[in-house]
Design a protein around this ligand. Structure first.
Ligand code: CUA
Length: 319
């Protein structure tokens, strides 16, 4: 087993060990009984006819109820671990991850960029928001027992907290082409003060939110997405995580994926009360810029004022 270097590692291993023990126990038991019955009930002569058996309720209940009990234990136990791994605690440090054949591009919230290297502080929950520029990749750090696909056109997330400073191998765990095996790197867990020094020593770069705000102006998004009622597009303040009513009467949660979709494919799910006049930005902005735009829109906190006649109020929910 690889080193246990995150808060969930021991829990994943305990579940894995349980599955292994149960499988080995029943696998061995079944093999042993099989061999025993081969010998015990072998045909002793050509005219030997075994007695007819029409079933046994007790036996059938036994072999149904025992496996049911075991799989229910596995189900609830693994669900608990799954939710723990996938629901990041509030206030987790966010990092943007873009997979690209064949490298990992990462960006910290102060703007610092890294490629195939990730530096994080020890003792702090870290939330990764992942997407891909081309094909499916998978961000895998065995020592953290954390693996999450990076999928083109969608945002996924995973979180971890490591309390052990050190260097841990990072892999791509989804076959993505010729140099898939070279799509590797390192996650460096540092003492918090060392991490602050490292972060301060980086090249001065714009934070994703600031870069997104600049893009929002440069791409002239701001001309339509204004606060006044005459605006051609919905006002985006307080949009993130609110329920958006669509033209067909259904609602959609304005999460990262919906916001991204509305930029690259705006005609697909138009907010109620608006005309599908927005041009697509597919190919105009790359995945990293999309992440910056989403980060900026995410930062526009406040009352949802979409200006649309039947807009739903903002329902801020923790992720
Ligand atoms: Cu990226 Cu395999």
């Amino acid at each position: 087993m690889p080193e246990q270097a995150s808060t969930v590692a021991a829990k994943v291993d305990a579940l894995y060990l349980f599955l292994l023990v149960v499988s080995v126990f029943f696998g061995t038991l079944i093999a042993a009984v099989l061999v025993y019955f081969f010998v015990r009930y072998r045909r002793r002569s050509d005219d030997e006819r075994p007695p007819l058996i029409h079933g046994s309720l007790l036996l059938e209940l036994t072999w149904s109820i025992i496996p049911l009990a075991i799989v229910m234990v596995v189900f609830f136990w693994s669900s608990k671990v799954f939710f723990e791994v996938h629901r990041s605690p509030p206030g987790a440090m966010e990092i943007h991850v873009v997979g690209k054949r064949w490298m990992w591009k990462l960006q910290h919230m102060n703007g610092q960029r890294e490629i195939n290297e990730l530096h994080v502080p020890a003792g702090v929950p870290v939330k990764l928001s992942l997407t891909s520029e081309d094909v499916i990749h998978s961000f895998y750090v065995p020592a953290f027992r954390v693996k999450q696909d990076a999928i083109p056109g969608r945002y996924t997330s995973i979180w971890f907290q490591s309390d052990k400073p050190g260097r841990y191998h990072l892999f791509c765990a989804e076959y993505c082409g010729t140099k898939h095996s070279g799509m590797i790197g390192w996650v460096t867990v540092m003492e918090p003060h060392e991490f602050q020094n490292w972060l301060a020593g980086g090249a001065a770069t714009q934070s994703p939110v600031a870069a997104g705000e600049k893009l929002f102006k440069d791409l002239a998004c701001v001309t339509c997405h204004r606060a006044d009622t005459g605006a051609r597009g919905p006002n985006l303040t307080g949009l993130f995580q609110s329920d958006v009513r669509l033209a067909d009467g259904t609602t959609v949660k304005a999460d990262e994926t919906y916001i991204r979709e509305s930029i690259v494919n705006p005609g697909l799910r138009v907010a109620f009360g608006y005309q599908p006049v927005m041009p697509t930005f597919q190919g105009v902005v790359g995945e990293e810029q999309l992440m910056q735009l989403v980060a900026y829109i995410q930062s526009l906190k406040g009352e949802a004022k979409t200006g649309a006649p039947a807009a739903e109020p903002a329902a801020n929910q923790p992720q």
